[in-house]
Ligand binder design. Structure first.
Ligand code: GLY
Length: 590
């Protein structure tokens, strides 16, 4: 029996799913059914059941959690290409069995000829140019980061990690609900790029239905080439040449030299002590690490458990929402790529976070004036972006990996003959002060476009260590700026309230990003996430009474996590991997 720190009255939904046929190796490696929450000695949680299986099949073959995360990531580029893939970037946080921590930055970079006014037409910023088409694309970083991790920490041969993904691309995979919805939503833009339409639409231009098989032979060849020839084939050779020349023909500015000069970077992780735990996050270009740290420090001044257990727990959500608002106001003003701008260290100092905590009025919502006037838009509930996956093995290696092409299907361009979807990460820069990006986020000069700079990200892969320095929890999410607040809330539930990871991920969430000045709430707030929360949630009504302008939203981010739990009666350790009920993911274990 496994000791869980459950507190919610509902039991975790344990849906099962029959899997597509696997090869013999994978069959022996993985169970035939998967659940949203599973426990084992080596575990994986991703947004796709077969990607989770690809991950654990690596660990069953003698690989470690780093091999497993790489296999899952390349697998997702086949079955979940609207969220992440070879043409995108990632942030990878690793805790190795020797206790060392590594933050590998595979964030995209602006081309060398990029400039701060590259998205201006007739003096007006045109966000369409930073979201769709050739100018929207930064230099991809995923393969460089995966390769950097593997060359130092992997156990299996590099090529082996690609086998499940190559097979899925070559033989075809079933179109998922999110594949279908995102192709449907973007089909008019996709049709503007014949190479993209050729892959993602049927020959008559119609949509592949959910459950139909999508074969991606060009992508299989690209994966095979990277598997065989390594990272340089992508950055120095054939792929880089093809991609740069295609973008140039279409009016883009990314060059072969931009590819050649790309390096994944090792960065020092951000660390915070919170109620006896050590929370390890990702530094800039992630904004998540710093702002989760900042919010934890603000929130450490409040008795969160007591507030949660009082009445309808409205004060718990109130104080969280106020902390989010304060943090996102700072994000908009101060944060950018720290290779280019100085991100002030006071943001997470005791003195400053104490002053922020004192600005929170428990009785009412406080207006946080901005540094600039914003024309920010409400966030688009229908769009889903990015992906978070996590793996851990019996030896104590843990990986939290968030990967993205930015908005669904990135810049909507597939490089002809390669199957590679390119990113639109240039939209994560502040293309002009006060002009919101696809997520309604505004920024300042700190996040302005510069040649070679990395755009600010909300990706927040996080690992939590216990008092013995052992990994205890990990979480991260997908969903633009909602990533930061979803990761924070999941970890707070585990650390403050003693909730199990499965229940913490399932719990309903709130989100505030300073601008627009709205408190987004899932309508099932106070219980586990449900699409059918209704419009008269008592907590939401109490939050309105405190002066919050509330907007109900379908869902707030899609998170994956792992926790370490004790097995009774032998006291051994079990790992529990959990996927978000808001997504289509299933965990896999051995
Ligand atoms: N592209 C979404 C993010 O990095 O925040």
């Amino acid at each position: 029996m496994i000791t869980r720190r459950g507190f919610l009255s509902h039991s975790t939904a344990m849906t099962t799913l029959a899997l597509a046929p696997l090869n013999a190796q994978e069959k022996s490696a993985a169970s035939k059914t998967q659940s949203r929450v599973m426990s084992g000695s080596s575990v994986a949680a991703t947004v796709h059941p077969l990607a989770s299986q690809a991950a654990v099949s690596m660990m069953a073959q003698g690989g470690n959690a780093i091999d497993a995360a790489i296999a899952a990531s390349v697998y997702l580029s086949v079955v979940d290409g609207h969220n992440s893939g070879l043409g995108g970037g990632c942030l990878m946080l690793i805790r190795r069995s020797d206790g060392s921590l590594h933050a590998i930055d595979g964030r995209e970079k602006a081309p060398a000829s990029a400039s701060k006014d590259m998205f201006f037409k007739n003096g007006v910023a045109d966000v369409k140019l930073s979201q769709d088409g050739p100018l929207a694309c930064g230099v991809p970083g995923l393969i460089a980061a995966l390769h950097s991790a593997h060359s130092r920490f992997g156990k299996l041969p590099w090529g082996d990690l690609f086998v499940p993904a190559i097979r899925a691309a070559h033989d075809g995979c079933k179109v998922s609900r999110s594949n279908y919805n995102t192709i449907k939503a973007e089909q008019e833009v996709i049709k503007r790029f014949p190479a993209s339409a050729k892959v993602l639409l049927k020959s008559d231009g119609s949509l592949y239905e959910i459950g139909e098989t999508l074969i991606q032979r060009d992508l299989a060849k690209t994966l095979e080439s990277i598997a065989k020839n390594g990272r340089d084939w992508f950055y120095q050779g054939e792929f880089a040449e093809q991609c740069a020349s295609h973008l140039r023909e279409q009016g883009g500015m990314l060059t072969l030299n931009d590819f050649k000069n790309y390096e994944a970077k090792d960065r020092p992780p951000v660390r915070t002590n919170y109620r006896g735990f050590q929370v390890v996050g990702f530094p800039t270009p992630s904004s998540g690490g710093i702002h989760i740290q900042q919010m934890l420090q603000i929130l450490s001044r409040f008795p969160l458990k007591q507030l949660y257990e009082q009445g309808d727990s409205v004060n718990y959500y109130h104080v969280l929402g106020e902390a989010m608002k304060l943090a996102f106001a700072d994000r908009a003003h101060y944060l950018g790529d720290s290779d280019f701008v100085e991100v002030p260290s006071f943001l997470t100092s005791m003195e400053y976070t104490d002053a922020l905590a004192k600005r929170i009025d428990m009785e009412k919502s406080t207006r946080v004036p901005g540094h600039n006037d914003s024309k920010s838009n409400a966030i688009d509930d229908g769009k889903k972006h990015t992906t978070h996956m996590t793996t851990a093995d019996r030896d104590g290696n843990w990986v939290a990996l968030t990967a993205t092409v930015n908005t669904s299907w990135g810049n909507k361009m597939i490089v002809p003959g390669t199957g590679v979807v390119l990113n639109d990460e240039m939209d994560d820069f502040s293309i002009s002060p006060g002009v919101p990006n696809a997520f309604g986020l505004v920024g300042s000069r700190a996040n302005a476009i510069e040649p070679g700079k990395r755009p600010l990200s909300s990706m927040s892969p996080t690992i939590v260590l216990d008092a013995m320095n052992e990994p205890s929890l990990t979480c991260g999410a997908a969903g633009g700026p909602r990533i930061i607040n979803a990761t924070l809330q999941t970890l707070l539930r585990c650390m403050d309230l003693g909730t199990s990871m499965g229940d913490a991920i399932a719990a309903s969430r709130i989100h505030h990003q300073w601008q627009p000045d709205l408190l987004y709430c899932e309508s099932s707030l106070g219980g586990p996430y449900s699409r059918e929360g209704g419009s008269n949630n008592p907590i939401v009504e109490s939050l309105k009474a405190k002066g919050h302008e509330v907007k109900l939203i379908g869902n707030i981010a899609i998170a994956q996590g792992i926790e370490r739990a004790k097995k009774e009666p032998d006291g051994g350790v079990a790992l529990i991997a959990a996927c978000d009920p808001r997504g289509e993911g299933m965990a896999a274990v051995i």
